[in-house]
Design a protein around this ligand. Structure first.
Ligand SMILES: NC(=O)C1=CN([C@@H]2O[C@H](COP(=O)(O)OP(=O)(O)OC[C@H]3O[C@@H](n4cnc5c(N)ncnc54)[C@H](OP(=O)(O)O)[C@@H]3O)[C@@H](O)[C@H]2O)C=CC1
Ligand SMILES: O=C(O)CCC(=O)C(=O)O
Ligand SMILES: [Mg+2]
Length: 744
């Protein structure tokens, strides 16, 4: 056994994963102690991040450290070992709700300034803006991404397939995207020669230079892109698509990624809402303006703000909005029971999760009457929308995928150092007036890239570092070699950015021995078709993609193959040498919290946590010559396999085994595996009593865990639950708690 204590950082996040952690982390802490590993928690929840923004003004007892910044620094150290659970990427509505909850708990934080006017309000708003959207993952993801379904999980899905909706060749479901005027068209891209600093500026028609961003430092050989979204073309596109959906009688559904693309996509979303409700918005323009309604934040913003008006005025606005529904196409619903449409909030229908769910349902989404219907899925930006149309074409021809036979599609994603679009939020701007946007070398004044834009267009610069690309190619080759699987780089030679990447991929492939490996480069649509032809023949294919497709494909294929992306292994080998182990490829499942609070049943599946923890322990063991950690990891993997085999994953139904029960079984199997293994006799002896105690008390513990279900519970808050209350709710079995406490 090693004598030096090492640590694994386990993140505390939000919603369902935060609840699950209250039950699971104490188990992990008890087991890890035996290998001298300290499980250190790090609170990066939305609530903690908000409070950290006001450290300088909060009274002494209310200050919290800026854990996200600290964790960000940690990712740059070679010994980083972080288990990262999904967190909320907050909308403005969620942020405001969190602020209200914190204020209600006595935290002296300011209100959210809707329309900041004074310098002080602007400064407060800037702090709050740091908490919205995908504020966590880009800070921590200091490496490329390796996501795949572990063998045991894939085998389980083959034996116990989830339900798939039927596809008909006559389905009218389709994807609509722009054919001109979006980021894909007219993009410019180049590889920079020599490290330099550039600025971005808008030169107006009158010749005035408005600096958009004064300084971005680039390294030698980085790839930079300049691209814009034409507001005019976007509005025309929406008009056509709304009318087409109305005429043809399919649901209208808008799919954006407003969390990650938190500057551009809320604007893209807001334009659609305004076009859809244009008559009502025109009629009530004055009052909506006075209220400061901003539907870039969704219709929820409008409904919240009109609630202050006299009832008669509210009724009139609502009636006019309803008239737009009556005269327009039917909208896809997020929650038909509660009348929540696709336009409610820009973060409700996120491309990566929503498109696969629709395809898994046979190409259907819910209408207002709660029935499944064919859809026009509107994804304005064509760059990646086309892959979904290709999959839909395939399903219409071939029928639904069969999880019992289909191959698997792991992903190696280019993600490090804010790669591509997902790193562009600080370089994205809504253009104030017509002119030219230039990316200009600060030292020489040379204009590197230049584009004509109009007022209201969305312009952005993306940057992808050479180091990230080089590491991505290495990771793709390593994964192909280790799993003996063909790898396809999804790169489109007709897109300037990807054309730059093709040159680099070809160059960096020469740094590796690729003898005997099948390595291909194909445009996205061809790559999708090629991969799907293999998938239906049971063949596996690694997709090596850019950052957005990493995100999209690691929900899309797992949702087809496994029913959910929560069961993925998601590893980020950091460029600095450390590792981050993300728990699954999905989000924080807000609906699960509702069920826990109302019925004290948590259906969250922690399989992603189990898988991540095993890799984290193994890595730590190898790096620190801590054999005990390696034994713990091996036993955990075996226990996870047994949990799947014995069907001890959480049920969706209240009264049956839930998240807490699955944690108990994991602890039981893990202890049994440790007691039975022969590699470390001292460890076996230590865990033998726990294994028998848990086995003997199985019925009692399960009864204690299930008995509490069926009644509502109080966890003392949504964004900042009360730790004592949460622990009490999530650890209701005294027998299990005592057994764990006895493990020294
Ligand atoms: N890595 C990260 O930090 C990520 C964060 N997010 C954020 O998470 C939030 C919620 O996102 P949303 O789009 O609703 O997507 P989610 O992935 O959270 O939820 C979609 C559905 O997937 C199922 N699901 C997801 N994870 C699990 C699990 N572990 N066990 C069982 N079922 C699961 C649930 O289905 P059912 O309810 O039918 O059981 C859930 O309702 C947003 O704020 C989003 O931005 C999103 C992606 C990644
Ligand atoms: O950070 C986020 O908002 C979501 C990230 C995501 O969807 C993913 O990485 O799969
Ligand atoms: Mg995703």
């Amino acid at each position: 056994m090693s004598t030096q204590e090492t640590s694994i950082i386990y993140t505390l996040t939000d919603e369902a994963p935060r609840l699950a952690t209250a039950s699971f982390l104490p188990i992990v802490q008890a087991f890890a102690r035996s290998a001298d590993i300290r499980m250190q928690s790090s609170d990066i929840s939305l609530a903690a991040r908000i409070l950290a923004q006001f450290n300088d003004s909060l009274p002494e007892g209310q200050r919290v450290p800026d854990t996200l910044a600290e964790l960000g620094k940690k990712t740059l150290q070679p010994d980083a070992n972080i288990i990262k659970l999904p967190n909320i990427s907050a909308t403005v509505a969620q942020l405001k709700a969190a602020i209200k909850e914190l204020q209600g708990k006595g935290y002296k934080i300011p209100d959210f300034p809707e329309k900041p006017a004074t310098d002080e309000e602007k400064a407060i708003r800037a702090r709050y803006d740091r908490c919205t959207g995908s504020a966590v993952n880009p800070v921590l993801r200091q490496g490329n991404s390796d996501r795949r379904a572990p063998k045991a999980v894939k085998e389980y899905a083959r034996k116990h397939p989830h339900k798939m909706g039927e596809w008909s060749a006559a389905s009218r479901t389709h994807v609509s995207h722009m054919k001109r005027g979006d980021f894909y068209n007219d993009e410019l891209s180049m590889t920079v020669h020599g490290a330099r600093e550039v600025r971005m500026e808008l030169i107006t028609k009158a010749g005035k230079a408005i600096v958009l961003k004064p300084k971005v430092a680039l390294n030698d050989r980085d790839v930079i892109d300049s691209m814009f979204f034409s507001k005019k073309a976007l509005l025309e596109f929406y008009e056509e698509q709304i009318e087409d959906a109305r005429k043809t009688g399919v649901l209208f559904s808008l799919h954006v990624k407003a969390t990650m693309l938190k500057i551009s996509h809320p604007i893209v979303f807001g334009h659609c809402v305004r076009v859809f409700y244009k008559e009502a918005f025109a009629k009530h323009a004055k009052v909506l303006e006075e209220l400061g309604v901003n539907v870039n934040n969704g219709m929820v913003d409008l409904y919240n703000k009109i609630a202050k008006l006299p009832k008669s005025v509210q009724d009139e606005i609502r009636a006019d909005l309803h008239a737009c529904h009556a005269n327009g196409p039917e909208l896809a619903m997020v929650d038909s029971d509660k009348g929540i449409t696709n336009f409610h909030s820009p973060n409700d229908v996120i491309v990566d999760a929503s498109m696969p769910a629709m395809i898994r349902n046979g190409g259907k989404m819910y209408g207002a009457d709660g029935r499944l219907k064919e859809v026009k899925a509107v994804m304005p930006e064509s760059t990646f929308a086309r892959i979904y149309q290709e999959m839909i074409n395939f399903c219409k021809w071939h029928g639904a995928f069969d999880p019992t036979t289909m191959g698997t599609v792991p992903n190696v994603g280019l993600m490090a150092q804010g790669a591509e679009e997902y790193g562009s939020n600080d370089k994205t701007f809504e253009i104030a007036e017509d002119g030219t946007v230039n990316i200009t070398d600060n030292a020489s004044g040379e204009v590197l890239l230049s584009q004509q834009v109009e007022q209201g267009d969305i312009w952005r610069m993306c940057r992808t570092t050479d180091a990230a690309i080089r590491d991505w190619v290495k990771l793709a080759v390593t994964r192909a070699r280790n799993s003996n699987t063909p790898v396809v780089f999804w790169l489109d030679p007709y897109r300037p950015h990807e054309n730059q990447l093709i040159t680099k991929v070809k160059m960096y492939l020469h740094e590796h021995d690729t003898t005997g490996l099948q390595v291909e480069i194909m445009s996205q649509v061809r790559a999708m078709r090629y991969t799907l032809e293999r998938v239906i023949r049971g063949l596996d294919t690694i997709s090596a993609t850019g950052n957005i497709l990493r995100d999209y494909l690691t929900d899309l294929f797992p949702i087809m193959e496994l029913g959910t992306s929560a069961k993925m292994l998601s590893i980020v080998p950091m460029l600095a040498g450390g590792g981050m182990y993300e728990t699954g490829a999905g989000g924080s499942a807000p609906k699960h919290v509702e069920q826990l609070v109302e019925e004290n049943h948590l259906r969250w599946d922690s399989l992603g946590e189990f898988l991540a923890l095993a890799v984290s322990l193994e890595e730590l063991g190898i790096k620190n010559q801590n054999q005990t950690a390696v034994v713990l990891a091996k036993a955990l993997d075996a226990a996870t396999g047994k949990l799947l085999e014995n069907n001890k994953s959480p049920s969706r139904r209240t009264g049956e085994l839930d998240n807490r029960g699955s944690h108990f079984y994991l602890a039981l199997y893990w202890a049994q595996e440790l007691a039975a293994q022969k590699d470390d006799a001292a460890l076996a002896a230590k865990f033998a009593p726990l294994a028998s105690q848990l086995a003997e008390n199985e019925a009692r513990i399960v009864a204690e865990l299930n008995a509490v279900q069926g009644k509502s519970v109080d966890i003392g808050g949504y964004y900042l639950p009360d730790v004592a209350k949460l622990d009490a709710v999530m650890r209701p079995s005294a027998t299990l708690n005592e057994a764990l406490a006895a493990l020294k």
